[in-house]
Design a protein around this ligand. Structure first.
Ligand code: GDP
Length: 323
C-alpha cells in the first residue's frame, strides 16, 4: 500500500479519468467525489480501465458537509477540483447552477481542505475561458481576464478564491489555466467531439450533414492526457502558483473540421451546414496560450499535435460506432 492519497472532484469527467490513471500509475490511492445521477456516469473510468481501482465517495460540490466527509475518509494529501458544469453553451441556460457549482463549489472544496487538512495540496481547474475577450494576442499568467460567459465568470471566482486561500492561509493552492483540451473521452457537446463523432457517422453512412455554429472561432487545442500531467506537476512544486497550460498554436473550427473529414477521405464543405442555433450570445473569438512558464518551471510540454489528437478521436469514434 502507498501512503499517498489523492481526492478528485469531477472524477467521472474526461480529465478525472486521465488523472486517475496517472495517479494510480504513480502509486497513489485515488478517491473520487461521486455525484449520484440516474444515468451512467462511470463509462470514462471503465474506458481507461480504472473503475475497480478508484474509490468513490458520494458527495457534491454544492454540499460542504459531503466534501468535509470526503476529505476525512480519503485522508487526501492532494486535492484536485475538476468538478464543474463545464460546457460554456449551457451556462447561459443555467447561469445560477453554473455559479453554484463552478464558483461556490470551488470555495466549498477550499473550505473543506482548510478545515480538515490545511497542509493538503490543492489544484483548481481554471480555464482559458477566463480570458474571453482577449486583452493580449497571446495569453499568459499576467494577461488581464475578461470572461464572456456565465461559465467564465464563475470560473474566475474560483480562480481568485484559489489565489486568495494561498495568500490568506498559506495553503499550497495552484490554479491551472488550461486551454481547451480534448480526447476520445470528451463530451459530445464540445465542438471537437461533435465533429469527430459526426465524421465517423457520415463515413459509415448513418448521417449526411454536420450542423455547427461559428466555425471562424479559433482555439488552442491540446490533448487532455498531456494536460493532466501538468496538474500533477503543479502539486509537486515547493509552493502553489498559477500556470497557463496550452500548446501555443491556434486553429479555426473550420480547419479542425478539415483535419477530421480529411482523415477518412471526405471533404468538410460537402457536409457542413451553418446553424444559427449553435451561435452563442457572446463569443470568445480566439484563444492562444503561452505555456512558457509551465515549460520552464514544471518541465512540462505538450506531446500531441492537433492532427494526432483529431485523428485519434475520429478513429475512436469509428471503432465505437462499428462495435
Ligand atoms: P469552449 O471553448 O469551452 O466553448 O469549447 P467548445 O468546444 O464548446 O467550443 C469551441 C468553439 O467552437 C466556440 O467558439 C464555439 O462557438 C464554436 N462552435 C461552433 N459550432 C459549434 C457547435 O456546434 N458546438 C460547440 N460546442 N461549439 C461550436
Amino acid at each position: 500500500m502507498s501512503n499517498k492519497s489523492a481526492l478528485i472532484t469531477g472524477i467521472t469527467g474526461q480529465d478525472g479519468a486521465y488523472l486517475s490513471k496517472l495517479l494510480l500509475s504513480k502509486g497513489y490511492d485515488v478517491y473520487g467525489v461521486l455525484a449520484r445521477r440516474s444515468t451512467d456516469t462511470l463509462w470514462r473510468l471503465r474506458e481507461v480501465g480504472v473503475q475497480d481501482d478508484v474509490r468513490l465517495i458520494d458527495g457534491d460540490l454544492t454540499d460542504l458537509s459531503s466534501l468535509i466527509r470526503a476529505m476525512e475518509t480519503s485522508k487526501a494529501g492532494e486535492v484536485y477540483n475538476l468538478g464543474a458544469q463545464s460546457f460554456v453553451g449551457t451556462s447561459w441556460q443555467q447561469p445560477l447552477l453554473t455559479a453554484q457549482v463552478d464558483g461556490v463549489g470551488a470555495l466549498n472544496v477550499l473550505e473543506a481542505v482548510r478545515i480538515v487538512n490545511k497542509q493538503a495540496r490543492f489544484y483548481q481547474a481554471s480555464t482559458s475561458e477566463m480570458f474571453g475577450l482577449i486583452q493580449a494576442e497571446m495569453q499568459d499568467e499576467t494577461t488581464p481576464f475578461y470572461p464572456r460567459s456565465p461559465y467564465g465568470v464563475a470560473k474566475l471566482m474560483a480562480h481568485w478564491a484559489t489565489v486568495n486561500y494561498r495568500e490568506s492561509f498559506g495553503m499550497h493552492a495552484s490554479s491551472g489555466i488550461l486551454f481547451n483540451h480534448e480526447s476520445p473521452l470528451r463530451g459530445i457537446e464540445f465542438v471537437t467531439r461533435k465533429v469527430t463523432d459526426a465524421v465517423a457517422r457520415i463515413k459509415l453512412g448513418r448521417q449526411k450533414e454536420l450542423r455547427l455554429g461559428n466555425i471562424d472561432s479559433k482555439r488552442d487545442w491540446g490533448f487532455a492526457g498531456d494536460y493532466v500531467e501538468a496538474m500533477w506537476l503543479m502539486t509537486q512544486q515547493p509552493a502553489g502558483d498559477d500556470y497557463v497550460v496550452a500548446t501555443g498554436l491556434t486553429t479555426t473550427v473550420r480547419d479542425m473540421c478539415e483535419i477530421a473529414f480529411g482523415h477518412v477521405g471526405l471533404k468538410a464543405d460537402e457536409h457542413l451546414v451553418i446553424d444559427p442555433a449553435f451561435f452563442r450570445p457572446a463569443e470568445v473569438d480566439v484563444l492562444l496560450g503561452n505555456p512558457a512558464k509551465a515549460m520552464a518551471k514544471l518541465g512540462w510540454k505538450p506531446k500531441t499535435s492537433l492532427e494526432q489528437l483529431i485523428t485519434m478521436m475520429v478513429d475512436a469514434d469509428m471503432r465505437r460506432l462499428s462495435a
